[in-house]
Every structure is written in structure tokens, then in C-alpha cells.
Design a protein around this ligand. Structure first.
Ligand SMILES: O=C(O)CCC(=O)C(=O)O
Ligand SMILES: [Fe+2]
Length: 339
């Protein structure tokens, strides 16, 4: 059959055609998600096409019209500021070191995302779906399943979990956009994100001061994310930078009403490197305290997906074996804490 008339080959070539792209980027695309929530199929596919281009060329985009309740987000930012203002000893009571799931508080320089660096200049508090100790998934010991740690701080848990729910819902909407962008049925991921690894990080980046060698210690060293995709509320303070193919660091302008979305390693694997899990870093040169809320979206922990059919060809065979989110993320998270 004429390849152009075969929908599958057309779709395959649409993804594979971009593989030879050589131009790099100097800015981050902005995409309105509004059409994804309407009934106009062509408008939906047009958004999906924008997502595909952004993922193949940049690995990052910013979204507007995302449907997240910004008051709930403000509640989470406020809770984060109150938590980080606690005495160090209080924060240490919920150290990630108490948690096999690495949930809870990580202090300044405790995590090191770039092995060439000496530690990340931020503190954070990580949480995810809060499963009880008797939950079958907790008992099975699967990475990503289990209880959060909570500090002794009034009015912290409810606003933070409310925001986590908003982000799980947003990521479900985005999974549909990613599915369409990959020429998959819109609901392709739905059965596999019913109990996802969905980690919310509250992060505090103090200003970079001369005490720290800026080559070796920065807010977060150059890294790619381990998840399927990340959705970051960056707050108003600029500091996030994305590396392009010329090795230039492109600043991401804060868009407090929007979110930054970036491709993670798992999505790069499924797409055989057609979608880019782009290196990025945070360097807070502003002199201001910076707070951000990254949300790491993945699938159900044990679901395995290999390279998608339309992302491989005889010339571009599968570069990756199937792997579950629990195995991939769990392994890298432990490494990032030197465990
Ligand atoms: O704080 C940010 O803007 C991004 C943080 C980040 O890249 C990460 O936590 O993986
Ligand atoms: Fe990141």
C-alpha cells in the first residue's frame, strides 16, 4: 500500500520524520491547553501537534488555560513557606532518610543531582499519594506506594494534599494530550494512571551567595527528570535554565499563571529518543528566596511500557527495553541520595 495512504505509516513517519532535525531552540514554546477540554477534535489535535513539536525540539513547554485552581496553588506555596521557616531540627524530624520511599524533608546540599557537583543548593519536602501502612500496595513494598511523612505543623497537610489532587488531575489531562501527540487513542494512558507514582515537591532555593562555588554548587545541578513528565509551578523568581543542543543555557521566564512542562526520561524511552528529556538546572542569582512546586507525573508503579511502535523502524530500532516506573525512578532516586 502507498505509505502516505496508510494511516499507521503516516503517523509513524510524522514522529520519525523529526528525528533528523538539527536546529536547536532559543526560547520555550507556550501552549494553551483550552482546546483539549472542548469537543472540537481538530482543535484538540492541533494542540497535540504543538505538544509533539515542543517535545521533539525542546523537551519543554509552558502551558496556559490548564484548569488548575490557583487559590489551591497559593495555599500550597503558603504552606511550603511556613514549613521551610521551621527550625532545622523540626524539619529533620521528617527527614527523607526515615523513609524507604524517600518522602519528606531533604536539607541543603543533601541531594546531588549532577555527579560532577558537590550538592544541590535547595531544601525540599516530597510527598505523593498517601497510602496507609495496611494498603496492599504498601505491604508489597513497591517503590512509590506508601505513607507520607508529616511535620508537626498546623494547617499544612490539607492544603498540600489539596494541591497534590489538583496536580494529579492536571497530569491526567496532560496524559491525554501526550497520547494524542503520539497518535495514540486519547485514553491510552487512562487505565495505567489509576494509582500513579505522582510526587509533589515543595522546594526552597536560597539565593546563590559567594560562599558557594557556582560551578559546583547551584540550586539544582544539570539533570534530566526520571519521570514521564514534570509540571512545575516556578513562582515569580527566575532561575530555571534549559540546555539546548549548542550547550547554551536558555532561561525559562516565570509565568506565575502558567506551568512549565517537561519531558522526563520514561517518555523519552517510550519514544525512542524522539521526545527529549532535556537537561536543565536551577541557579538562583536573584538575591531573592525562591519557592517552586515541581510535580513529577508517572504511571502506575508496576506498569511496563517499551518503545512505541510508531517510534521505531528498521533504521531506528528500539533503543530501550520496557521498564516500570517503580524500577526506573526508584533506582535513580536512591542514587541521587547516594543510597
Ligand atoms: O524548581 C524548578 O524550577 C525546577 C526544579 C527541577 O528541575 C526538579 O526538581 O527536577
Ligand atoms: Fe528537574
Amino acid at each position: 500500500m502507498d505509505e502516505q495512504l496508510d494511516i499507521k505509516s503516516r503517523n509513524a513517519s510524522r514522529l520519525l520524520a523529526g528525528a533528523e532535525m538539527t536546529e536547536t531552540f532559543t526560547s520555550i514554546p507556550v501552549i494553551s491547553l483550552a482546546p483539549l477540554f472542548g469537543g472540537d477534535t481538530d482543535a484538540k489535535q492541533a494542540v497535540a501537534d504543538e505538544i509533539r513539536d515542543a517535545c521533539m525540539q525542546v523537551g519543554f513547554f509552558q502551558i496556559t488555560d490548564h484548569g488548575v485552581d490557583m487559590e489551591v496553588q497559593a495555599g500550597a506555596f503558603a504552606a511550603a513557606k511556613r514549613f521551610f521557616a521551621l527550625p532545622e531540627a523540626e524539619k529533620r524530624k521528617v527527614s527523607v532518610k526515615n523513609s524507604p520511599l524517600l518522602r519528606g524533608y531533604g536539607g541543603l546540599l543533601e541531594e546531588n543531582t549532577d555527579p560532577d557537583n558537590d550538592g544541590d543548593l535547595h531544601e525540599h519536602f516530597d510527598l505523593a499519594l498517601d497510602l496507609g501502612p495496611e494498603d496492599p500496595d504498601t505491604l508489597a513494598g513497591t517503590y512509590g506506594c506508601g505513607p507520607n511523612q508529616w511535620p508537626d505543623l498546623p494547617d499544612f497537610r490539607p492544603p498540600v494534599m489539596a494541591y497534590h489532587r489538583e496536580m494529579v488531575a492536571l497530569s491526567a489531562r496532560l496524559f491525554r494530550g501526550f497520547a494524542l501527540s503520539l497518535d495514540l487513542p486519547e485514553d491510552f494512558f487512562d487505565p495505567h494512571i489509576t494509582r500513579p507514582i505522582a510526587e509533589l515537591r515543595l522546594a526552597h532555593y536560597p539565593p546563590q551567595t559567594p560562599v558557594y562555588d557556582p560551578e559546583k554548587i547551584m540550586g539544582i545541578g544539570a539533570h534530566s527528570d526520571y519521570d514521564v513528565f514534570t509540571v512545575v509551578a516556578t513562582g515569580p523568581v527566575p532561575a530555571l535554565e534549559v540546555q539546548n543542543a549548542a550547550d547554551d543555557w536558555i532561561a525559562v521566564p516565570p509565568m506565575p499563571e502558567g506551568f512549565v512542562v517537561n519531558v522526563g526520561d520514561l517518555l523519552q524511552r517510550w519514544t525512542n529518543d524522539l521526545y527529549r528529556s532535556t537537561f536543565h538546572r536551577v541557579v538562583n542569582r536573584t538575591g531573592l528566596e525562591r519557592y517552586s512546586l515541581p510535580f513529577f507525573a508517572s504511571t502506575n508503579p508496576l506498569w511496563e511500557l517499551g518503545v512505541l511502535d510508531n517510534c521505531k523502524s528498521p533504521e531506528r530500532p528500539a533503543r530501550y527495553a520496557p521498564i516500570s516506573a517503580a524500577e526506573y525512578i526508584g533506582t535513580l532516586m536512591r542514587e541521587s541520595y547516594g543510597l
